[in-house]
Design a protein. Structure first.
Length: 60
């Protein structure tokens, strides 16, 4: 399916997802710092998987 997806999960899962998105091994997720309750956006840059936003605090 195409379109945007919102995902809420624990930090470990999200770090592994980001690593795999970028073509890294799951262990590569250890290099991504992720605080509680932050926003991250995985996207594409010229058809290449990329991190658009990472660990951005959300102000309510």
């Amino acid at each position: 399916a195409e379109g945007d997806v919102a995902l809420f999960a624990h930090g470990h899962v999200l770090r592994v997802l980001a690593a795999r998105w970028l073509g890294l091994s799951a262990r590569g997720g250890q290099h991504f710092l992720l605080d509680t309750g932050t926003l991250s956006v995985l996207s594409y840059y010229h058809d290449v998987p990329a991190v658009r936003i990472w660990n951005e605090p959300v102000i309510a």
